[in-house]
Write a protein that binds this ligand. Structure first.
Ligand SMILES: *Cc1c(COP(=O)(O)O)cnc(C)c1O
Length: 218
């Protein structure tokens, strides 16, 4: 698979399931991928990329952002409060907001640098300890805390469904949770399940291996 194939499939799924053309943002997940492969995708005109780690993003992206304008860099992995300033310096969208302490520090960091960073709240459906994300039962209160108390720019919800389970149930539930909180964007779907995610209303699919090939172990 390549970028053009994935783009083709996304267009096909959009029209198949009555979604507007171009309504699904493809985030090319470039974690652990070499810069040469990333530059190929940039040269093809793609501008939305995702990384999991702040340090890795800082090592790769400031230079690429200087060379290719209008890049949107998305943080997909968990964020520690001691890395917030660094994260805000390189990322444009954060998909892993999941606790009040993080919300508070993001709010003060954003005020300091005056950059508008868009955010997704990550939902952890089965409270898996190895994953970030807020529980479903605490979500509605947390949305209010983020928007009312901290005035953060929350545009949607993100999830990584439990592995070995049908993801569709979780995708559909995420959509319901977003709607009841007045949020319009859904970050869901990866290489193996982005077609289902688009059918369920995804607005942001996060696709790594289907674009770049398998990740080399480091
Ligand atoms: C790595 C990763 C992806 C991309 O996974 P692929 O299976 O390579 O498409 C998407 N979302 C998150 C949060 C990830 O960590």
């Amino acid at each position: 698979m390549t970028l053009s194939k994935v783009n083709e499939r996304i267009s096909k799924h959009e029209s198949e399931w009555g979604r507007d053309a171009g309504s699904v943002v493809l985030i090319a997940v470039s974690k652990v991928q070499p810069v040469e492969k990333i530059e190929k995708v940039l040269k093809a005109g793609h501008r939305d990329f995702g990384e999991n780690r702040v340090q890795e993003a800082l090592a790769k992206w400031p230079k690429l952002k200087g060379k290719y304008p209008k890049i949107n860099l998305h943080l997909l992995g968990p964020l520690q409060t001691n890395k917030i300033d660094q994260a805000l310096s390189v990322f444009d969208v954060i998909h892993s907001l999941d606790r009040e302490k993080l919300a508070a520090k993001l709010a003060s960091g954003i005020q300091k640098i005056g950059k508008d960073v868009e955010m997704f709240i990550q939902v952890n459906f089965e409270n898996e300890i190895q994953k970030a994300g807020i529980s479903v039962e605490n979500l509605d209160d947390f949305v209010k805390i983020c928007t009312k108390k901290y005035d953060l720019n929350i545009s949607g919800l993100m999830c990584i469904p439990p592995i070995n389970k049908d993801p569709e149930k979780f995708f559909l539930e995420l959509k319901i949770l977003a709607e009841r909180n007045g949020l319009t964007k859904l970050s869901m779907g990866m290489s193996s399940d982005y077609a289902q995610a688009i059918r369920c209303g995804s607005t942001h699919v996060r696709v790594g291996t289907a674009i770049f090939g398998s990740r080399e172990k480091i």
